[in-house]
Design a protein around this ligand. Sequence first.
Ligand SMILES: [Mg+2]
Length: 188
Amino acid sequence: MSVSDAMSSMKSLRPAVFFDRDGVINEPPSDDQRYLRSWEEFRFVEGMLDVLAAVKTRGYVTILITNQQGVGKGLMTIGQLEKLHESMQDRLRESEVPFDAIYAATGLAGEDPRRKPSPAMLLEAAEDHGIDLARSWMVGDHDNDMRAGHGAGAGTIRVVGRKSVSVESDHEVRSAGELASLLERVLD
Ligand SMILES: [Mg+2]
C-alpha cells in the first residue's frame, strides 16, 4: 500500500459506540431468569432508542457486544439467541436505529477467548467495519465491559446498575437520559 493509500484509508476509519446488551440496552434478566431466551422476555431500557438515534446522527457506528454463555451452558440455543436479536433489530429498524453489527460470545467463561473482558470482539468489529478505536467508546454496566473497552483502547462509560464496581471508567451515568447528555458532550 502506498503512503497516500494508507493515509486515505486511515481517514476513512469511523468511530463507534460499542454497547453491552443486558443492563444497558435492555432491562437485565432477573436472578431467577439469568438469561433472556426470547423476544417476549426482552424490554428496552426506557430512553435507549433515543440514545441510539443520537449516536447515529453524529455518524458513529453502533455495535452490540454481548456475552451470552447461556448458549455454552446449554440453557438456550444459538438459534434462539439469533432469533431474539433479529426481533430486536426489526423493532430498532422501525425507529431507524438498528445496530450496524452484533457480536456475541456464546462460549463458557474461561473457555471462550472472545468473551469480555477480552477486547477480542471490539477488535474484530474494528477490523470488519473500519473503526477508529481511539475515537470510540464502550458503554456497559459490568467491570468486564470496562476491561474490554480499556483493552481495545476505547473510552469507557459505565451505566451504574446492580453490578458491583471495581474497575474504573472514564465516565459514569445512572440513566439513559444521563447517557444521552454525556454522549452529546463527548462525541465529535
Ligand atoms: Mg451487562
